[in-house]
Write a protein that binds this ligand. Structure first.
Ligand code: ATP
Length: 363
């Protein structure tokens, strides 16, 4: 059964350092949440408090409605996969997966059935008799996941589950991990400092900074409607323009850039008033047009510029543009054959109002 989690006003200090600073959140049973943030922001400490390896200095942890703040780790029915997922080297794969079940005194035949089921789930059905060193890194990672899930925990905590793997394997295993997690009836909290991993695994992403959750929401919302410059930059690349917000209404406002650039921007998601703001424009929300085509359609938020540099990235290409006012702008577009710009070419940049997110300068 998937267990809900309530983390309420939790504080954890190490000496005079506050690793978790009055953090509260609720996670529904069955939900998958990604805790995302830079190194040292307190992600692992939150996971360790939920698992019972750290006692919070203040606050409570409830799992499935029960206050577990003072319970030992083994009393919490939590499945764990920690950063250095080391399997027990002297045990076979089957023995590794069986470890938690044996610890709980499950009958032998039940253990055998469950181990077979778990190895099937992580697509390693014939590997039970091997030792960990006879498996690749990706296979060992899958065994560690099978071990974490074998006791059918209602809550699964994964700390950087893919960090030991190289980039390509990470991507492959990420999709697999998502499928496995969807197949088991558990709530999952995954800690990562990789925004792609957080966005692909989490139904909600909690972005952390210095012991606080600074924004929480579905991945596309956190990416597309960041409420601070920190969140915007942590979630991906962005172009920035400093300026003022003027007359507003209907979820739109007039933005006047430092060099006089005028744009209509969306204020729907941020309750930003008038005054100085940073404008965030994601590279993929930018339209690039040939000057003739742009003149024909005559819409707002068009800025003439010139292509400076084109970098192919495989599926996408990156286009660096110098705008008329002198600023540089990065656009990312599908890398289709036949419609490539060339350096030096004049181009018109279109910035859709809903792709222009305003953020108060102080945030
Ligand atoms: P990473 O991505 O590097 O694992 P994190 O976000 O998981 O980082 P935590 O491991 O939660 O960060 O650490 C938060 C802060 O608390 C860090 O500054 C860390 O140095 C400190 N810290 C964590 N555990 C201890 C400890 N046992 N003793 C002293 N300081 C600690």
């Amino acid at each position: 059964m998937a267990n809900s989690v309530e983390f309420t006003n939790a504080v954890k200090r190490f000496g005079d350092m506050t690793a978790v600073d009055d953090v509260s959140f609720s996670i529904a049973g069955g939900e998958t949440v990604a805790l995302l943030g830079p190194s040292g922001c307190g992600k692992t400490t939150i996971l360790r408090i939920i698992a019972g390896f750290e006692k919070p200095d203040a606050g409570t942890v409830r799992i499935a409605g029960e206050d577990v703040t003072r319970l030992k780790p083994y009393q919490r029915n939590v499945g764990l996969l920690f950063q250095h997922y080391a399997l027990f080297p002297h045990m076979t794969i089957a023995e590794n997966v069986a470890y938690g079940l044996r610890y709980r005194g499950c009958p032998r035949n039940e253990i055998d059935d469950r181990v077979a089921e778990m190895l099937e789930l992580v697509r390693l059905p014939d590997f039970g008799h091997r030792k960990p060193h006879q498996l690749s890194g990706g296979q060992q990672q899958r065994v560690a996941l099978a071990r974490a899930l074998a006791t059918r925990p209602g809550l699964v905590l994964l700390d950087e589950p893919l960090s030991a793997l190289d980039a390509k394997l990470r991507q492959e295993l990420r999709a697999e991990l998502k499928q496995v997690l969807a197949a088991v009836d558990a709530t999952t909290i995954v800690v990562t400092h990789d925004q792609e991993e957080a966005m692909s695994l989490g139904e909600r992403v909690f972005v952390m900074r210095s012991g606080h959750i600074v924004q929480a929401g579905p991945p596309n919302e956190v990416y597309g409607q960041p409420r601070s410059r920190f969140v915007a930059e942590f979630m991906g690349r962005a172009n920035w323009f400093r300026g003022r917000l003027e007359a507003r209404g209907n979820g739109l406002a007039a933005f006047v850039g430092a060099n006089g650039m005028k744009l209509v921007v969306s204020t729907q998601h941020n309750g930003v008033g008038r005054g100085e703001v940073d404008l965030c424009v994601r590279p993929e929300s930018i339209d690039l047009m040939a000057p003739q085509a742009a003149a024909a359609s005559g819409e707002r938020n068009r800025i003439p510029g010139q292509v400076l540099e084109i970098t192919p990235l495989g599926a996408m290409r990156q286009v660096l543009i110098e705008l008329q006012g002198g600023e540089q702008l990065l656009a990312v577009q599908p890398n289709r054959a036949g419609d490539a710009q060339v350096p030096g070419q004049p181009v018109v940049v279109g910035l859709p109002a809903e792709g222009c997110v305003v953020i108060p300068v102080a945030a």
